[in-house]
Design a protein around this ligand. Sequence first.
Ligand code: GAL
Length: 347
Amino acid sequence: MGEWVRASFGFTAGGEEVSAWTIRAGEYSARVLSYGGVLQSFSVPAPEGERDIVLGFDTLAEYEAQDKYIGALVGRVANRIGGASFTLGGVRYPLAANSGPNCLHGGRRGFDRAVWRGEARGELLVLSRRSPDGEEGFPGTLEAEVSYSLSPAGELTIRYFAKSDRDTLCNLTNHSYFNLAGHGAGSLAGQSIRVNARAITPIDQTGVPTGELMPVEGTPFDLTRGRPFLEGLAESHPQLALGSGYDHNFVLHTAPAGPLAPAAEVRGAGLVLTCETTQPGLQLYTANFLAGERGKGGACYGPRSAFCLEAQCWPDAIHHPGFPSPVLRAGEEYRHITLYRAVREEK
Ligand code: GAL
């Protein structure tokens, strides 16, 4: 196991200092920022040498200017809350409508825009922050702790912990955009995805689940046996049209948390990326709304040039009693683990 090494990454527009933490483990390395808990790079051994497989930016100013959550930790509630409000314990909580009529990824200033405290504890980089009572409209002071670790076997593990002093909602994830051919490759050609889900939660015109479950069999959402991204995306299906591509929650299981289990696997460009999680859902997003952002080393990030595997509770679960509950009761512990393992593809 390697060690996390800190360097300054400059100051936010508001004058807060941001750290960049780098770790090397065998042939792998990763870099995490205290701003938004961003995974800035994940370099893996590839035939040509090191290959950085996550999208990102070179400077803090670019992270502050972006609105695509590239690499960031997302909270307090990842994904959409329909109608930008919810009721808990008989009280209605209005939220920011920052994505059409819905609240997306925690509101206007979600966890992705916060500067987290960072501390290296052995192989773990522990990022923590206190989200005050009422932040972005959510009840309760939430203590959140997210740690990153990297093993020489290519496992980037993210552990999530949270606790609140009042009943609240909590749904934390990481919003990294991957491209196995390298962050700047520009397309998902030649990459195939398998997802261990027999259903998705279909969406309406505003991107929130309708509340139904849609069996994937016979649709482009059947990724149980693995399919090239571009083949699935080329199909015609009303749900693909609504999401402008894949932008859907795949149903891993129906309990709020389960054992760490394989959720998805992407193959291509000589690599295999596996995602394992304790979460009940996986939002597969094919970066449909990237718009030519200028990324690391001048790379251009266009639509569908990457994929996100956002392990999380099902979107808008607070409005659907049949969905796994996103409620975190006062004093209860929220614990989840998601890991991404990248290895060379055996031929
Ligand atoms: C995804 C979401 C997309 C889009 C994206 C950010 O998690 O599902 O609809 O909002 O974040 O651009």
